[in-house]
Design a binder for this molecule. Structure first.
Ligand code: UT7
Length: 327
């Protein structure tokens, strides 16, 4: 008989990443567009980004990150239950990136699908995986964020092309029966406001042949909404769990802009050593940014088992949300 004091939760058992070999510094970008290392660093905190080579597609990078997460957890691909991929830059409209990754991994029993929530794709994916695990539908889910934004950037627009990079991150969630204060996802909260769709979007897709499909952003407007919406998302996560900001060991935010990250950290009263920042090295990798940052902090020994970690993201849609996770 199962112990009634234990709760079925989605527990993080492995992480993995993939970054393209090619590093593009701010100085490299300044050779391509009218910009400078000084402007980019001051406004965003970004120093460099990775750009994918032709073979480094969303499915290729996602599979590499996923393979690493499975191996870190010691789970054989054939035992995996599901794959959820957050991406805005899939190789094909279909098959879904997740299903392509299923084949690459040999995860023969897993079902899979892609999820379109732009930079919030990883948080949305975590939320869906959490619900499926809690409901007993599946025992293990790979949640992957994988993006090749270099292929949708408008290199005529210096206001956006310097901000993004390519990469992939993955986490493996597995069902475990744990004590109330044990490991696992404690909550997720999702939001969207389609009325703000025109401040950050890609002007095309396979359903619209006449459109090339480039990223368009009103940076100032996104910035303005980001700090206030993310701060309220963070407050919502804390109050839903009866916690105070001081209870959070680490904030692992979506990596879009160091000034936005600092703004939310400040509102929470978190010192810089408890906020994970990778935007300087990766730039904004959209749905991949949180799992990339999370992996780096866990694999580097900074975030240890038992730590309470708050994740938050905001992206095109607008979409935004949070996840509270005990490692
Ligand atoms: O992940 C999805 C969420 N996305 C975000 O969170 C992005 C949010 N927004 C931002 O991070 C910031 O708004 C930006 C970094 C995009 C821009 O910073 P800003 O302080 O809002 O600058 P701005 O767009 O108001 O532009 C200021 C000036 C302009 O010149 P003037 O008109 O004041 O003479 C721009 O033309 O900076 C100029 N500028 C540049 N200069 C050099 C814009 N881009 C560049 C550039 N290099 N790359």
């Amino acid at each position: 008989m199962s112990d009634p004091a234990l709760i079925r939760r989605a527990v993080l058992t492995g992480t993995g990443t993939y970054l393209p070999a090619q590093i593009v510094t701010n100085e490299d970008m300044a050779k391509r567009v009218d910009t400078s290392d000084e402007w980019i660093t001051e406004r965003t905190g970004i120093k460099q980004r990775h750009f994918a080579a032709p073979h480094e597609t969303a499915s290729f990078m996602g599979a590499e990150a996923g393979r690493q997460a499975l191996s870190a957890a010691g789970l054989a691909p054939e035992a995996l239950g599901a794959i959820i991929v957050g991406t805005s830059t899939p190789d094909n409209a279909f098959p879904a990136t997740a299903v392509q990754i299923q084949a690459m991994l040999g995860a023969s029993k897993a079902f899979g699908f892609d999820l379109a929530a732009a930079c919030s794709g990883f948080i949305y994916g975590l939320s869906v995986a959490d619900a499926m695990i809690r409901a007993g539908q599946v025992e293990s889910v790979l949640v992957i964020g994988t993006e090749v934004y270099s292929r949708i950037l408008n290199f005529e627009d210096r206001g956006t092309c310097v901000l993004f990079g390519d990469g992939a991150g993955a986490v493996l969630l597995q069902a475990r029966n744990v004590a109330k204060d044990g490991a696992g996802l404690l909550s997720t909260h999702l939001h969207a406001d389609g009325r703000l769709g025109d401040i950050l979007y890609v002007d095309g897709a396979t359903g619209r042949r006449e459109m090339p499909g480039h990223l368009v952003m009103n940076g100032r407007e996104v910035f303005r909404h980001a700090v206030s919406l993310l701060s309220s998302a963070v407050t919502e996560a804390l109050s839903a769990n009866g916690l105070a900001a001081a209870d959070i060991d680490f904030l692992v935010p979506h990596q879009a802009n160091k000034r936005i990250i600092d703004g939310v950290g400040k509102k929470l009263g978190l010192p810089p050593e408890r906020v994970v920042v990778t935007v300087d090295k990766h730039a904004n990798t959209s749905a991949a940014s949180i799992p990339l940052a999370l992996h780096e902090a866990i694999a580097g020994g900074r975030i240890k088992p038992g730590a309470l970690v708050l994740l938050e993201a905001l992206g095109g849609g607008l979409t935004w949300g949070s996840a509270l996770l005990r490692i």
